[in-house]
Design a protein around this ligand. Structure first.
Ligand code: MLT
Length: 329
């Protein structure tokens, strides 16, 4: 190749690179220019879906684009996590997930994604307590009676959950392991449909988040046997904790995080983080979450670093517990 042709092709390469660079940085500064998808790993009408829909409107307002909730259900949230991990890292696919992100690696022999390598982290979101619930005509009327009943009836008792990786499954498995019984578990695509079946009397038990269950406890459409956190709830002060009823140290509180695919440009991630903070400070959002006894995390936890280090700590916490208790379905 002649010298001037070499120089010419070098110049056109530089021109190409700088064009690509300016297009990319333009895309980042213009972001968002189209609707954003917010993936929820469980069924519509469930607790994760409810939190996502509550945040979608104020986040959309803050970003100047519609945030559309999309339910990608199945396999305890791992199908959705796989889809997000493989999505284009352009900020148009957000992912709201709970502590299943930390428990799935110990519950599944292999996962098609790595929670510590395949995601970018926007921030922690909310912490949600859980309730041990029973169908309203289930014979045991309190926790002591429940313990006696499940010991006598074992596998005849059915317990709903949302699959391995779901917190309803984790709570149920810890409960069974503490009680030394194996009940019959019935998997759903989320606790939204599981709660419907509990109210319809098709299943006996469900450990579910407070997000949508408090009104049904109050109006007697389901029975409540205990709170999964060490402290009683302000919204249900008369309901004792499982810890105070004999399951010492029973402590399951469901933390949530907002994620993106790995490689999302920092300016885009920062815009999404600012929108999340704004949504969590919205007075309507605060009031709705408060009604469901849901805690918004401290604002310094709504950060990529805080979510990443919390996720790592939770993987390290739950992995040995799950493996040691031989917790599996
Ligand atoms: C849901 O949204 O259906 C729940 O978070 C499922 C679960 O983890 O129990």
């Amino acid at each position: 190749m002649k010298k001037h042709t070499l120089i010419q092709s070098g110049i056109s390469l530089i021109a190409l690179f700088s064009m690509a660079f300016s297009t990319a940085s333009q895309a980042q500064s213009n972001y968002p220019t189209k609707p954003i998808s917010l993936i929820v790993p469980f069924a519509a009408g469930g607790p994760t879906d409810a939190v996502a829909r509550l945040l979608a409107v104020p986040m959309g307002k803050a970003l100047g684009q519609t945030v559309v909730v999309e339910n990608v259900v199945g396999a305890g949230g791992t199908i959705a996590a796989t889809k997000v991990a493989r999505s284009t890292p352009d900020g148009y696919t957000l992912f709201l997930h709970h502590m299943g992100m930390a428990t799935a690696p110990a519950l599944y022999d292999s996962l098609p994604y790595d929670p510590m390598k395949d995601f970018d982290y926007v921030g922690q979101v909310v912490d949600v307590p859980m309730l041990m619930l029973g169908r309203k005509d289930f014979p045991p009327k309190n926790f002591k009676e429940l313990e006696a009943y499940i010991k006598a009836n074992k596998e005849k008792v059915t317990m709903a959950n949302a699959g391995p990786g779901a917190v309803s499954q984790l709570c149920g498995l810890i409960f069974m392991s503490r009680e030394g019984v194996k009940l019959t578990t019935i998997p759903y695509k989320g606790t939204g449909p599981a709660l419907t079946d509990l109210m319809g009397g098709q299943v006996d038990l469900l450990c579910d988040q407070t997000t949508q269950t408090i009104p049904y406890v109050k109006d007697g459409r389901v029975q409540v046997y205990g709170v999964t956190t060490p402290k009683r709830l302000a919204a249900l002060p008369n309901v004792p904790t499982l810890d105070e009823q004999g399951l010492k140290g029973f402590d399951v509180k469901v933390w949530h995080g907002l994620y993106l695919a790995k490689g999302t440009p920092t300016p885009i991630l920062e815009k999404i983080n600012a929108a999340l903070k704004k949504a969590l400070n919205d007075p309507d959002v605060k009031a709705r979450l408060n009604d469901s006894n849901i805690d918004i995390v401290a604002m310094n936890k709504v950060s990529p670093e805080a979510l990443k280090s919390h996720l790592e700590a939770e993987i390290n916490k739950w992995g040995p517990i799950i493996r040691k208790s031989k917790i599996s379905d």
